[in-house]
Design a protein around this ligand. Structure first.
Ligand SMILES: [Zn+2]
Length: 436
């Protein structure tokens, strides 16, 4: 397999996006920057909106979910939206409100597990911290800003095998006791605390931010290892947060590619990994409220939604050569063989035969192979924002995604030509619509 120039260029931008987006807040910040560069106008939910046909907009909620959309030139009340949905969050470790821990001469942070993280890979990595802090400035105003320590400032060392001879057979992780990362050694009379570490970091990086006191924060640990190609022929790409920044980035690039002939929507929601029930999550009112402001309420919205389609993009499980029996033998997605349509008889995925056929036809139009996934009948199935959006809005939905290994690990693996192939399919959808 050899990557062509367009694929190499696409992947380079994807790698940059991944590096610049260590937390959902940073995903939204990075996304806004690209939307700004492509002529999208920023909206605030608290303002009155005067949307114009042929214009492009975006709006965020909680700085961690974002909806970008184009308003088509021929906006009548029955025009449907071509929607792509993804999520901005990934399982990780979140710093606790009172995190300071002094143990055996080390300064550590108390952490909570966010979402269904695969915890073993978090050990022995060069970790950093990023997220949002909320503070009072020197004038007494409450403000917030995003921070990123960038450098590897923390580590969770494994226990040596000599001290746990059963490690390879029976190692289990106690989330309370085994996960606090080490930040530094601390002397007897030193008063190390996390609040001071934040203030020192912010003041050494920006002379404009005058912090009187940090009142709160949402800060997360992340792996500083950069994304990379892997494999003899660079068949694979490895990175943190491929679930689901692979889909956020691909959806975004496809939207940036589209013109104003269609009403296109990209929604990237926070809190999918913890159930989506939040003000900014897919189960909240964010998307519906934005659609109402574009096309109106009542019958207009109902007609529009009836003519709309949602492609819910979230990664799929590729069939693993060391564990082939974890898949149904006829439904084992393979890397670099195209996007995967996800099916579940019990509606854990929202795909139906019409939306699946539509997605397959898009793939055929742009000459991209397509695969199918259904979980083994004797195993439980995961879910996505697809069924939630379908149930909230009553919109026809297809659940799709790119095959990956090690989902929810700190370093996941995907095929290096799959994202570009999905970009071709989503670009077609955004340019041509669903055919309604
Ligand atoms: Zn996901």
């Amino acid at each position: 397999m050899t990557l062509n120039l367009s694929q190499i260029d696409f992947n380079e931008k994807l790698f940059k996006f991944l590096v610049n987006s260590p937390t959902p807040f940073h995903v939204v910040q990075t996304t806004k920057k690209l939307l700004d560069e492509h002529g999208f106008e920023s909206l605030d939910e608290s303002d009155s909106w005067q949307l114009k046909p042929g214009h492009k907009y975006y709006v965020d909620r909680n700085q961690s979910s974002i909806i970008a959309f184009t308003v088509s030139e021929n906006l009548d009340s029955s025009v449907g939206f071509n929607m792509v949905g993804a999520h901005t969050d990934s399982p990780c470790l979140k710093v606790k409100p009172n995190p300071d821990r002094l143990k055996s001469g080390y300064f550590q942070l108390g952490v909570e597990v966010y979402g269904g993280a695969l915890l073993n890979p978090w050990f022995d990595r060069d970790l950093s911290i990023a997220g949002r802090i909320s503070y009072e400035n020197d004038k007494g105003d409450l403000q917030s800003t995003l921070i990123d320590f960038v450098e590897p400032i923390a580590v969770i060392p494994s226990l040596a095998i000599h001290l746990d001879r059963e490690a390879n057979e029976n190692r289990s992780i106690n989330k309370q006791n085994h996960l606090p990362p080490i930040l530094c050694l601390t002397g007897k009379n030193e008063n190390t605390n996390f609040n001071d570490i934040i203030v020192r970091h912010v003041s050494s990086n920006s002379s404009e931010l005058k912090i009187k006191q940090v009142l709160d924060y949402e800060l997360f640990l992340y792996d500083t290892q950069k994304p990379s190609y892997v494999g003899l022929k660079k068949e694979f790409m490895a990175s943190a947060r491929l679930d689901n920044l692979l889909s956020c980035f691909t959806g975004l690039m496809s939207l940036l590619n589209s013109d104003d002939s269609q009403s296109n929507v990209l929604v990237c929601s926070d809190h999918e990994e913890v159930g989506s029930a939040s003000t900014s999550g897919a189960q909240g009112p964010f998307l519906k409220s934005v659609l109402e402001r574009i096309c109106g309420t009542g019958e207009s919205l109902t007609r529009s939604l009836h003519n709309s389609v949602m492609i819910s993009a979230d990664n799929a499980h590729g069939i693993h050569p060391n564990f082939p029996d974890k898949h149904d033998e006829n439904h084992g997605p393979i890397f670099n063989q195209g996007p995967v349509i996800k099916f579940n008889a019990n509606q854990r995925y929202a795909t139906n035969s019409d939306t699946s056929a539509m997605f397959k036809s898009f793939c055929q139009k742009v000459d991209v192979p397509v695969q199918s996934f259904v979980v083994r009948s004797d195993m439980a199935c995961g879910s996505t924002i697809g069924p939630i959006t379908a149930a909230e809005l009553g919109v026809n939905t297809v659940d799709i995604g790119l095959p990956t290994f090690a989902m929810h690990s700190i370093r996941e693996l995907a095929g290096s030509s799959d994202a570009y192939n999905l970009h071709k399919v989503l670009s077609y959808f955004y340019q041509k619509g669903s055919g309604n």
